[in-house]
Ligand binder design. Structure first.
Ligand code: MLT
Ligand code: MN
Ligand code: ZN
Length: 277
């Protein structure tokens, strides 16, 4: 077996195109018929038990579009066992309530994230909810480790929930040692992240912005990518030279990023399977 990874959505918050956005990127996406839904990935160790990395506001459409996540054979059987949260941001958690029909659901995250997300106690009124702090062992032979990479507090959240706001995940198949690293919100490339990535087969990295000037150049924004908690692709590529054995892909693409409307190599398209044996 392996780590099976399916990209359900590859856009940053709002998606590409965003419903109320007439920027060049969203306009080009509309013209080209491109619809990138918001950042989410499904992973499985055995092809039977699947876990979502983050619950995007687009989750219902993403679940319906993924054949491997179809329900059955029993009336309420589903391959979806749970959700691994890497942030408490709205674009990573709003979909939780759309899972309320589940009979059981596991939700994993840091203690900070689990205590911050107001939808979690709500969800617990609808389904048999099992919360777990990372690290975790998943059904199907996968192990999940997390590394806190950022401390950006979502706009709605109470800062006193803790400090582990933004995580990278390393998902390993216990039998083969093959590993997938997910880090679509990566404010900077630290030595600790470098060690966390070491030996991974595939990494899905922060593709929010292509380069440091992009927010200013394309949208007239004052804040830099790093100030927004997103290391630009150009900076990550330099660090990736130290990891020649790791295949790097980029997700969470913002509508300012020209790659969001192209099919450039290394930029994920929704629905692609990244690492399968
Ligand atoms: C982010 O990725 O930085 C957040 O989702 C931004 C936001 O939605 O406020
Ligand atoms: Mn986001
Ligand atoms: Zn736009």
């Amino acid at each position: 077996m392996a780590v099976i990874v399916r990209v359900l959505g590859s856009a940053a918050g709002g998606g590409v195109p965003q419903w109320n956005c007439a920027c060049d990127g969203c306009t080009a996406a509309r013209r080209a018929g491109i619809d990138r839904t918001q950042d989410s990935v499904a992973v499985s160790g055995d092809g039977a038990a699947w876990y979502l990395i983050n619950a995007s506001p687009d989750i219902r459409a993403q679940l319906l579009a993924a054949e491997v996540l179809r329900p059955g054979p029993g009336r309420r059987d589903t391959p979806v066992r749970g959700v691994l949260l890497t942030t408490a941001e709205v674009d990573h958690t709003a979909g939780l309530l759309s899972l309320r029909e589940a009979v059981h659901l596991e939700v994993y995250g840091t203690a900070t994230v689990l205590s911050a997300v107001p939808l979690i106690p709500m969800l617990g009124r609808y389904t048999d909810l099992r919360l777990g702090e990372l690290p975790a062992t998943l059904e199907g032979g996968l192990t999940v480790r997390s590394l806190t990479v950022g401390t950006k507090v979502p706009r709605y959240a109470r800062p006193d929930c803790g400090t582990d706001w933004v995580s990278a995940l390393r998902i390993t198949d216990d039998r083969t040692g093959r590993a997938f690293v997910y880090a679509t919100c990566l404010p900077g490339w630290t030595d600790r992240f470098d060690a966390f990535l070491e030996g991974a087969d595939v990494a899905l990295l922060d593709g929010t912005f292509l380069d440091a000037d992009e927010p200013a150049r394309v949208a007239g924004l004052v804040r830099t990518p790093r100030e927004m908690g997103h290391l630009p692709i150009a900076d990550a590529r330099a660090a990736l030279a130290r990891h020649p054995g790791t295949r790097a892909l980029f997700g969470h693409l913002n509508n300012t990023n020209p790659l969001a409307v192209t099919a450039a190599p290394g930029v994920t398209a929704d629905g692609s399977v990244l690492l399968e044996e």
